[in-house]
Design a protein around this ligand. Structure first.
Ligand SMILES: O=C(O)C[C@H](Nc1ncnc2c1ncn2[C@@H]1O[C@H](COP(=O)(O)O)[C@@H](O)[C@H]1O)C(=O)O
Length: 466
């Protein structure tokens, strides 16, 4: 790895947002060093497949294997200053390390993007398996635990920022268990679809067909060394949609955690105060208002999403390549690793904060109590209708106005109004209890929470402790 003072880096991902994470893991797949190493690995797979077919000797493959292990980004970049072509620079560097006999087989019949696209698919696939999925599953597990812990904690459901009808806090979290679960599956599936190619300069196997009657089978051999499949059809590049879909699902996942963060942020408003971020003893909320405890972590995640979500537009633009290719996707696609690190550093932040999430049950009760008597307007009107009242919604709407004016509860008003009394008398015990205890009007929040957690823990193979 290039050792240098990270504070001299321009990009805040390096000097600020991945500092507390396992930066080493990110760089294994996503650094420039990794990119060069993976490209060298593809060059090696090519020579290995040539050796298997007897086009070159096993000794050549052994030499290339040794050379590839020694390749550094520094030497490739130094060579690129001469060649002004990055893949030719890599090829030259490998050739410098092998015998005259081996030199001709490096990059044999291939074009640069046989190497570049295949290497990217390989590293993004491995990054998904080793880094992205484990990190996302850690957050998923944490959300599952919070959902179960809070499955019976009654909270007022809010639509349009207004009190609607009750749910439980666990049920609200289960929404994110499910949405995150879906995107985890999508990321996994789309990463498995990432493909390689060894199809030459325009994708028609022109060069490899000089040596192989079935060049597609040679392509399959090379890619099998890397556990990859071939793009269905290639030009000079792999069909872009595999990577488009992969980054789309990463971006969609980012949207899910940004929405979650937004919800958590709003629940920390002074007037709501239902959750809180853990505050260290020495932590400062505001540089001028010492009492403040700001939701800085959830704000950060939304801010990061604002930076990285629009980058999907660039990925969509990279779908366009003239005829058999142009180079306008080259520089832009080099930034995809930043999207991944942006997402992962946000996920890691949510894990750190979620582990110490403070849930203020008293405030949840207090907030619920504010409109406790009014939230039964829905079940009241539906019950009246179910017992035959022809204009139940309008009657209850007017009752809510009267209740607000007089401070009376809805159920009291129903019981006292001559025209409504007969309906009240038909309500059964369970129905009356609901109207008397609005906190029981939570539908199947508890069961649904359990069901969601169970199904995602099975689907994603996440074992829950306790
Ligand atoms: O196999 C080939 O190379 C075929 C060739 N197409 C190219 N394919 C891949 N890379 C190429 C190509 N052309 C240039 N380069 C080199 O790509 C580098 C682009 O640098 P940057 O814009 O920073 O992403 C930068 O190093 C460029 O020199 C063609 O003519 O079709």
């Amino acid at each position: 790895m290039i050792k240098r003072n990270i504070f001299k880096n321009i990009g805040p991902l390096d000097h600020r947002y991945s500092l507390r994470d396992e930066f080493k893991d990110y760089s294994t797949y996503l650094s420039e060093e990794a990119k060069v190493k993976y490209q060298a690995t593809v060059e090696l797979a090519l020579v290995k497949a040539l050796a298997k077919r007897g086009i070159c000797s096993q000794e050549v493959a052994t030499q290339v294997e040794k050379a590839v292990k020694e390749i550094t980004p520094e030497e490739v970049y130094k060579e690129e200053r001469k060649t002004k072509h990055n893949i030719r620079a890599l090829v030259n560097c490998i050739q410098h390390k092998v015998s005259e006999e081996a030199k001709p087989y490096i990059h044999f019949t291939t074009t640069s993007f046989d190497i570049v696209d295949t290497a990217n698919s390989l590293r993004y696939k491995e990054a998904t398996e080793e880094l992205i999925l484990p990190t996302l599953k850690e957050l998923e597990k944490l959300l599952m635990e919070i959902a179960l812990r809070e499955k019976e904690t009654v909270q007022v459901g809010r639509t349009h920022g207004q009190h609607a009808v009750p749910i439980t806090f666990g049920f609200a979290i289960a929404e994110y268990v499910s949405r995150l679960g879906n995107t985890i599956q999508d990321i996994e599936e789309s990463s498995k679809q990432l493909k390689g190619k060894i199809a030459g300069a325009v994708g028609a196997y022109n060069a490899s067909h000089l040596f192989f009657d079935q060049p597609e089978s040679f392509e399959a051999d090379v890619l099998a060394e890397l556990d990859l499949e071939a793009s269905t059809h290639s030009t000079q590049i792999v069909e872009p949609e595999y990577i488009t879909n992969f980054v789309h699902y990463l971006t969609s996942c980012f949207g899910v955690i940004a929405n979650f963060s937004d919800d958590m942020r709003h629940l920390q408003r002074s007037e709501i105060g239902e959750v809180g971020e853990y505050f260290d003893e020495d932590q400062v909320g505001s540089s001028t208002m010492p009492h403040k405890r700001n939701p800085i972590n959830y704000e950060n995640v939304k801010s990061m999403w604002k930076e990285f979500m629009p980058r999907m537009m660039t990925v969509y633009q990279d779908q366009i390549s003239e005829h058999q290719r142009d180079l306008t996707n080259s520089a832009s696609s080099r930034f995809i690793p930043e999207i991944i690190v942006g997402l992962l550093s946000s996920v890691n932040r949510l894990i750190r904060v979620g582990e110490k999430l403070v849930v203020d049950h008293d405030n949840m009760k207090k907030n619920f109590a504010q409109n406790k008597e009014l939230v039964v307007a829905e079940p009241l009107y539906i019950l009246l209708a179910s017992y035959g009242h022809p204009d139940a919604h309008e009657v209850v709407r007017k009752l809510t106005l009267e209740a607000e004016e007089t401070g009376q509860t809805l159920r009291k008003l129903v019981q006292t109004k001559e025209e409504l009394k007969p309906y009240w008398e038909q309500f059964n015990q369970k129905q009356r209890e609901l109207l008397v205890n609005p906190e029981k009007y939570i539908g199947i929040s508890v069961d649904k929470t359990e069901k969601i957690v169970k199904s995602w823990s099975n689907k994603l193979d996440i074992e829950l402790t306790g």
